[in-house]
Write a protein that binds this ligand. Structure first.
Ligand SMILES: Cc1ncc(COP(=O)(O)O)c(C=O)c1O
Length: 449
């Protein structure tokens, strides 16, 4: 039973709202109205550990006054002016500079967006503009990984017929995409074992490029650590091998750091783990700590010098929104001053050690993996076949953990069933232990079917 107030919210939610990944017309699970640190609170006063960091955004936790004050200060100056046609402002400039200072050296030029899918689309357009300006428009195919996730935007641009947003420069509206097997070792699509495989998944990229002909391949895009499909890091040789292959065949490398960026993996950006520099990096989510939607595409000088002097006939109304940039600037300052990456590395290591020691021996829990605060484990019916549980078990786990005061995600689909642990990167060891102590008996109660 919930209070009359909560019941009223529930009723009006069903009437007026639709939620992603939730049946249309179904009651909301909870109505949240407050947050502090790693905690969210619902309209009944019940507290939840935010183990998903609000879809991987609140890396700094909730209620940080530094960000809230920066937003208020910006709003008191000018909330928004529209950054098209060369209009600029001090906060957006400062935010762009800060971003280039914390991204790996060489990524020095920024265009802002309002989120991850927009950043992916802008990156693809830049890739096509780059090859168009180099007189190589036939380099149009983009390669990505099976199981990858780069956003859900579709359609609006393809329906345009306004001259200024010319498709000639940006390449065909429905892009030519090729997919190759991912580095998900537990479910290796080649049926191989690491390290004997000699990272076949990375080397396979070269075979595809050669077979498709390098003159047709524009770019390779990948998540530095598999995100939405389960928080799975690659073998250490993976990204250095990919970088070499891209260089050999004049293919641009796009790192999608939308989920992995801003201390999530225990480094400011995940690519730093392997010392690999992409040509283009897409970011969003935690750039502003999740306080206001913001995203960006950061490019290196090689790409920038080709684009220089040409009009970027692309823009979203809210790209470079000064209030969002004020939140971004404040959040990026906090990542640095609070040494959040170090905390994510330390506490993430502790969580992974406990997952190995206490969760992995359980009958249905397998393959704990992760880096920093981007962790997960498989929930399987049988550890030898690695068969995932049916869909209804996902629903049961989700509801039970919510009941016990934890918000997280359980990923099912494509032969995968992973429980995700993606807390704010500011989580303490004590908070991590509290979370694992709640989860352990629940995972122990899952029995092979
Ligand atoms: C790696 C990655 N890229 C892109 C996106 C899309 O971001 P958005 O939901 O902000 O459009 C996501 C979202 O989860 C993501 O994880």
């Amino acid at each position: 039973m919930v209070s009359k107030r909560t019941e009223d919210f529930m009723r009006r939610d069903v009437k007026y709202l639709m939620h992603p990944i939730h049946a249309v017309g179904r009651r909301p699970r909870v109505v949240l109205e407050k947050g502090h640190g790693i905690w969210l609170q619902d309209t009944e006063g019940k507290e939840y550990i935010n183990l998903l960091s609000s879809i991987e955004c609140t890396n700094l936790g909730h209620g940080r006054r530094e960000i809230i004050n920066a937003v208020l200060e910006q709003m008191n100056k000018v909330e928004f002016h529209g950054g098209w046609y060369g209009l600029s402002d001090p906060t957006t400039i400062d935010c762009a500079q800060k971003l280039t200072e914390i991204t790996p050296a060489g990524l020095d030029h920024v265009v802002f967006t309002s989120g991850g899918a927009e950043s992916t689309d802008v990156a693809f357009k830049m890739v096509h503009l780059y090859w168009f300006l180099r007189g190589k428009s036939h380099k149009s195919k983009i390669i990505s990984l099976y199981g990858s996730y780069h956003g859900l935007g579709a359609g609006s641009w393809a329906s345009n017929r306004a001259e200024v947003f010319s498709q000639e420069r940006w390449g065909p509206s429905s892009k030519d995409f090729l997919h190759i097997p991912s580095y998900h070792c537990y479910r290796c699509m080649f049926g191989l074992e690491y390290p004997e495989c000699n990272v076949r998944c990375a080397r396979y990229l070269e075979e595809v490029i050669i077979n498709e002909r390098p003159e047709t391949i524009a770019a390779f895009i990948g998540e530095p650590v598999i995100g939405g499909s389960g928080c799975v890091p690659p073998p250490p040789e993976y990204w250095p091998t990919i970088r070499k292959i891209c260089d050999r065949h004049d293919v641009l490398l796009i790192a999608d750091e939308v989920m992995t960026g801003f201390t999530r993996t225990g480094k400011m950006f995940a690519m730093e783990h392997w010392g690999v520099k992409p040509d283009i990096m897409t970011v969003a989510k935690a750039i502003s700590g999740g306080y206001i939607p913001l995203g960006a595409v950061v490019i290196n000088d090689k790409v920038y010098q080709v684009l220089k002097g040409n009009e970027l006939s692309h823009g979203y109304t809210f790209c470079g929104h000064p209030t969002a940039c004020a939140a971004g600037l404040a959040a990026m300052n906090l990542y640095v001053t609070d040494k959040v990456a170090e905390n994510a590395a330390k506490v993430g290591k502790h969580i992974l050690e406990r997952l190995e020691a206490e969760f992995k021996p359980l009958p249905c829990i397998d393959n704990p993996t992760g880096v920093g605060m981007m962790l997960g484990f498989d929930v399987v019916t049988d550890k030898t076949t690695k068969a995932p549980f049916p869909e209804d078990v996902r629903e049961r786990i989700y509801s039970e953990i919510l009941d016990k005061g934890i918000i997280s995600a359980v990923i099912w689909g494509s032969g995968n069933s992973r429980f995700l642990i993606i807390p704010p990167c500011t989580m303490t060891i004590e908070e991590a232990d509290l979370t694992l102590d709640i989860l352990l008996p629940m995972m122990a109660a899952i029995k092979p079917s």
